[in-house]
Design a protein around this ligand. Structure first.
Ligand code: PGA
Length: 250
């Protein structure tokens, strides 16, 4: 079982185009020999062009943080999968807990976005994960099952191999509280079982499951050593080029 790890940066609502260029001017020389894993940076939509230009000719890929499920139409303020692809993106983060919490995204709307992303040839990084209250009330598996069903429903084996799941326990996002490698491994094993029930063992074994939530230079190695963890989705610690380079090189 060898799954290539995917290390993705989620910049959220940070950085201008000029700051994006400055980031890559420092970051690229730090990681240019470093092709072991797949590396993706997801800036704000207005910085995608700057990121694509800055990373041209390198092994770094660029992703978006969200998209609409329709490809065009009267949806003021939205961007579509085709637009993202045309701008040079290969990946898109979908269903991030902040999108679910502040922008009303549901398993149903995330499912539509996954379909549209796959049709456009993007790799969706689909976020799943429980709230602190849900973990404390023993509801983690139920939440993960619901999120996974939302992510997997209507798709086939080929589709699932073109997506990645990011397990992001909400209580670990931006809080400095990282889930231990054991907690993460358990959740990942559960997610993989859900994938197996839907798509069979072979496909489930190939599905990449990333961890996200306060991944930092100090804890990246311990997390990435865990065989169930196929990469990381990194928020705060990806904004600084030196810090993200240390994570990439864990
Ligand atoms: P964090 O964010 O690394 O700042 O906790 C992770 C995420 O929300 O994807």
């Amino acid at each position: 079982m060898s799954r290539k790890k995917l290390i993705a940066a989620n910049w959220k609502m940070h950085k201008t185009p000029a700051e994006t260029r400055a980031f890559f001017a420092t970051f690229l020389p730090l990681v240019n020999q470093h092709t072991r894993d797949e590396i993706v940076v997801c800036p704000a939509a207005v910085c995608i062009s700057a990121a694509v230009e800055s990373t041209a000719g390198s092994h770094i890929r660029v992703g978006a943080q969200n998209m609409h499920h329709e490809n065009q139409g009267a949806f003021t303020g939205e961007i579509s999968a085709d637009m993202i692809v045309a701008s040079g993106c290969t990946h898109v983060i979908l269903g991030h807990s902040e999108r679910r919490q502040y922008f009303g995204e549901t398993d149903e709307s995330v499912n539509k976005k996954i379909k549209s992303a796959l049709e456009a040839g993007l790799t969706p990084i689909v976020c799943v994960g429980e709230l602190l209250e849900e973990r404390e009330n023993g509801k983690t598996e139920g939440v993960l099952r619901r999120h996974c069903q939302g992510a997997f429903s209507g798709f086939n084996t080929e589709h699932v191999l073109n997506m990645a799941i990011a397990y992001e326990p909400v209580w670990a996002i931006g809080t400095g509280k990282t889930a231990t490698p054991q907690i993460v491994a358990e959740a990942h094993a559960f997610i993989r079982k859900e994938a197996e029930a839907e798509f069979g063992k072979e496909a489930a074994n190939k599905l990449r499951i990333l961890y996200g939530g306060s991944v930092k230079p100090e804890n990246a190695a311990a997390l990435m050593e865990e065989p169930e963890i196929d990469g990381a989705l990194v928020g705060g610690a990806s904004l600084d080029p030196a810090s993200f380079a240390v994570i990439v090189k864990y």
